[in-house]
Ligand binder design. Structure first.
Ligand code: SAH
Ligand code: SF4
Length: 346
């Protein structure tokens, strides 16, 4: 229990954990951590026992507190607990051609969106880059041992849609992207960062070397509607968010996704759908509609099925690209902060 998890050390500095060892040992360790993750140090077969012992028991920067599966094993949810007591949620979803992991970037969230369990919970702390990438490494190590039948046996897509606002934890999230893309070898095109509209963060991300996908949680197609659901809209109004999206699209050539959580009576009218269609066409975005997952601290309810379909039909009739998202793992939702267990990429 003495040495810190090697995921909390920058991948380039792993040699500091192995004093006196030749440098290729640090390279081997890096490969195990980032390219070929395993659940236990004992499985790092080319490292001598003395080194494995010095890495110690704490391979992961967290313990697995909850491990639940749903959808006949195609959805898996983990609640990790860090030594300082922070809870981190991650959800794995197996599909035919991809295996998507939804990861957390903060413990709690300071943005206070009214309908979101994480927002209601408030902000606890940022996650370190190592705590973010370890969620991906853990999922890879897990499916290597327990593959999801019929799905790729590694995480093919990562979405920053778990707890927290990634662009409010910019430097650590940036470092996690660097490790995922440049050290683990994931394609930037298989990574989606979801933001509630932190405009300076969108602008910084546009200047990074990696063309990751950007998802923007809009939930309101005018300032009045949006401010009621997303307090950050008072600081970065709709128009400033849309302009940042447009610049991101121009810089990266990656189509933006608009996330829209449908809440009964709050943002599910045909008028909102028509305004949203106009916005989506203007910034050439794709709209992902999802029904609200009710949370205990709010009276908000999801729209009725007929309204959900009506909203999507109005979007499409007005020329927008829109998809109604499949929700996953409903029976294991109750215990989770807010993860909607869903896919963000097509
Ligand atoms: N903070 C970022 C990423 C995490 S939230 C963001 O807001 O984009 C990921 C997505 O889940 C967002 O689109 C958010 O609006 C949505 N979401 C939050 N609470 C939800 C709920 N109770 N039901 C359905 N979707 C929800
Ligand atoms: Fe934070 Fe996103 Fe939840 Fe809003 S929806 S409170 S930004 S996690």
């Amino acid at each position: 229990m003495s040495t810190p998890s090697p995921y909390l050390v920058a991948p380039e500095d792993l040699a500091t954990l192995l004093p006196g060892e030749p440098s290729f040992r640090a390279d081997q360790l890096r490969t195990w951590l980032y390219r070929d993750p395993v659940l236990t140090v004992d499985e790092m077969s080319n490292l001598p026992a003395s080194i494995r012992a010095s890495i110690g028991e704490d391979l992961w920067p967290f313990n697995v507190e909850i491990d639940q599966s749903a959808d006949q094993g195609r959805t898996r949810k983990w609640l990790f607990r860090t030594p300082d007591g922070a809870a981190i949620e991650a959800v794995l979803m197996g599909y035919r051609k991809r295996t998507t992991l939804c990861i957390s970037s903060q413990v709690g969230c300071a943005m206070g969106c009214t309908f979101c369990a994480t927002g209601q919970f408030g902000f606890e702390r940022h996650l370190e880059a190592g705590e973010i990438v370890a969620q991906v490494a853990y999922a890879n190590a897990f499916i290597r041992r327990y593959p999801i039948p019929g799905s790729p046996e590694r995480v093919t897509n990562v979405v920053y849609m778990g707890m927290g606002e990634p662009l409010a934890n910019y430097d650590r999230v940036r470092e996690s992207l660097r490790r995922l893309i440049e050290v683990s070898g994931m394609s930037a095109r298989s990574v989606t960062v979801s933001t509630v509209g932190v405009v300076p963060g969108i602008e910084r991300l546009a200047g990074e070397p990696w063309p990751v996908y950007l998802a923007v949680s809009l939930h309101g197609a005018d300032d009045e509607t949006r401010s009621r659901l997303v307090p950050l809209n008072d600081r970065y109004p709709l128009e400033s968010v849309l302009e940042a999206c447009r610049r991101y699209f121009e810089a990266k050539g990656r189509r933006i996704s608009i996330e829209w959580t449908l809440i009964d009576g709050a943002n599910d009218s045909d008028e909102q759908a028509r305004k949203l269609a106009k916005i989506a066409k203007r910034i050439r975005a794709h709209v992902n509609v999802i029904a609200l997952n009710p949370t205990p601290l709010s009276d908000d309810r999801p729209s009725a099925d007929s309204r959900i379909h009506g909203f999507v039909e109005t979007l499409i009739a007005n020329g927008a690209n829109a998809t109604l998202r499949e929700t996953r793992g409903q029976e294991i939702d109750a215990a989770c902060g807010q993860l909607r267990l869903r896919s963000a990429t097509e």
